[in-house]
Design a protein around this ligand. Sequence first.
Ligand code: HEM
Ligand SMILES: *[C@@H]1O[C@H](CO)[C@@H](O)[C@H](O)[C@H]1NC(C)=O
Length: 159
Amino acid sequence: MKFIVLALCVVAASASLSADQYSLVSSAWDQVRHSEVDILYNVFKAYPDIQARFPKFAGKDLDSLKSTAAFATHAGRIVGFVSEVIALSGDASNTSAFNTLVADLAKNHKARGIQKSQFDEFRTALTSYMAAHASWNDATAAAWNAAADNIYNAIYAAL
Ligand code: HEM
Ligand SMILES: *[C@@H]1O[C@H](CO)[C@@H](O)[C@H](O)[C@H]1NC(C)=O
């Protein structure tokens, strides 16, 4: 009993998910994580104001950009970052690595003038993408929402 109470406290104090949540999130993420270009394409399509913040992509035709190496490189970085952060969400012992990684991202985006509202747009677009391309139900949606809340709380704390 003491152990359970202690374990619950550790979970509550960290950015990690329950084992069930982690398993739902990682299996949904595994179904989309190799679609880097398609993910970034959908984010830019839904929110052209995000595309406009990229010096390399601003003002260019999205359908032409989609097949360029520069687009694939950046898509790989963004999606790869999400993969890393998700991998750190499954175990409380990785919380400080999780916080460091996310705080660094928030700081270097703050330096570029990216607003909270644009991070929120990114979340909305990524969530729709996952709901459309991974097997999805209420439990998966709730687990993903918890994972995204953890990431976003850490972003907001550093923005
Ligand atoms: C959780 C959401 C996001 C993730 C995971 C993410 C991830 C990344 C990563 C990994 C990089 C490359 C490494 C770096 O230079 O820091 C990057 C660069 C960048 N991101 Fe984000 N980003 C996110 C949201 C956004 C949003 C919402 C915007 C704009 C509205 C944005 C604009 C940029 C820009 C302008 C760069 C620099 C690109 C360049 O160097 O040409 N990011 N992002
Ligand atoms: C997270 O923590 C576990 C247990 O300490 C460790 O085995 C695992 O490699 C860590 N994950 C990452 C991505 O660092």
